[in-house]
Design a binder for this molecule. Structure first.
Ligand code: GLA
Length: 357
């Protein structure tokens, strides 16, 4: 007997690098998926269609040599280790159309998908809140990426046609924001993934920790004027990081208003502002992503665009009145000329959460 689960990727409309700073984020699950099939077996084994690789693994804490297998092994291990009986082994197959390394959370999609599936396939039954926590632990402890909680939330709680406003201070979806007559959404994958991403991500986290100690309260409770008063104490770098977080939190709230008012121009302006801030204050953008955002801003149909995800490459999100595939072709040619890299793009719709199909 085979059981298949479908787990979405995610975009984040706005609220970048706020989820580990007790701030607001506004992500959504998307119609690009990881498919995970489970078949009963006498040993654990996983096949990835993307890597066209089959790996057998044991139920123990040891890391596997093949990097991608650790996402799967970690998810299996952390899901089943509380079990009082011998865990039932599975043959797992992974496929899907969610691009990897494009900043669309293919890792959270895979890990949440497996933890969810095992909790429904006779493992320990768990609520989605718990599934999210386990998935985050897999990524931060077993795989070694200290991520926030946004991606797991989006995968586990996404609702078709809605963004979700999450307050990461209380770890809760505080509002589903219906995207009625919402502009078209395009994701452009820059094809760039810098090695630096992981170390710089962790560095930003610790810079923000230091800034928080100096301002002595959470980022949500300070405004720019209060930051100015502490500017000397903070020093230039911490000031810039804190300023991004404080203003980005405000932008998320303004974005919710803009969606409710269907003021797409204003929403677009917020996206551009977010990008500028990620570039100049948080310093996680790259030449390539800046190039794409700048070119997109010249297209009439485009309301706004910005880099999404951790940064140092990855994807750009654009919202527009209509799709603009011809313009994208032109940008893609220019991009190839400037950087020698192939740019890819995807039309995106907001989808529901992980489920069995
Ligand atoms: C990565 C992390 C998220 C979040 C973003 C930046 O995608 O996995 O938790 O921190 O970066 O907003």
């Amino acid at each position: 007997m085979k059981y298949t689960f479908r787990s979405p990727g995610r975009i984040n409309l706005i609220g970048e690098h706020t989820d580990y700073n007790g701030g607001y984020v506004l992500p959504a699950a998307i119609d690009k998926y990881t498919y995970i099939t489970f078949e009963e077996s006498d040993h654990f084994e996983v096949y990835s269609k993307y890597f066209d690789q089959r790996v057998r693994f044991s139920f123990n804490e040891k890391k596997e040599k093949v990097e991608w297998v650790n996402y799967v092994k970690g998810a299996v291990l952390y899901s089943l280790r509380g079990l009082r009986r011998e865990p039932k082994p599975w043959k797992i197959e992974i496929s899907g159309d969610l691009p990897m390394g494009a900043g669309l959370s293919s890792s959270a999609s895979l890990i949440v998908g497996i933890v969810y599936a095992l909790s429904r396939l006779g493992g320990v039954y768990r609520k989605r809140e718990k599934i999210i926590k386990i998935a985050q632990k897999v990524e931060s402890e077993f795989v070694g990426v200290k991520c926030g909680i946004m991606d797991q939330y989006a995968v586990a709680f996404g609702k078709k046609g809605s963004f979700m406003l999450i307050d990461t201070e209380i770890n809760r979806v505080i509002q589903y924001v219906r995207a009625l007559r919402f502009p078209k959404i395009t994701v452009v994958d820059s094809g760039v993934k810098h090695e630096l991403a992981l170390s710089e991500y962790n560095k930003r986290r610790s810079e923000c920790e230091k800034a928080k100690k100096i301002i002595a309260t959470s980022f949500k409770r300070v405004n720019v004027q209060m930051l100015e008063e502490k500017r000397n104490k903070l020093g230039e770098t911490l000031y810039k990081r804190a300023r991004h977080v404080v203003e980005e939190n405000n932008r998320v709230q303004s974005a919710v208003f803009a969606i409710e008012e269907r003021d797409w121009k204003d929403l677009g302006r917020l996206l551009y502002e977010s990008h500028e801030s990620l570039k100049d204050l948080y310093e996680v953008s790259t030449e390539e992503t800046d190039f794409i955002v700048e070119r997109l801003s010249k297209i009439k149909s485009v309301y706004g665009a910005r880099m999404i995800g951790a940064g140092f490459g990855g994807s750009i999100l654009a919202i527009s009145k209509d799709y603009f595939d011809d313009d994208l072709k032109k940008i893609s040619n220019e991009y190839k000329k400037a950087f020698g890299i192939n740019m890819k793009s995807y039309h995106i719709r907001l989808a529901g959460s992980v489920r069995r199909i």
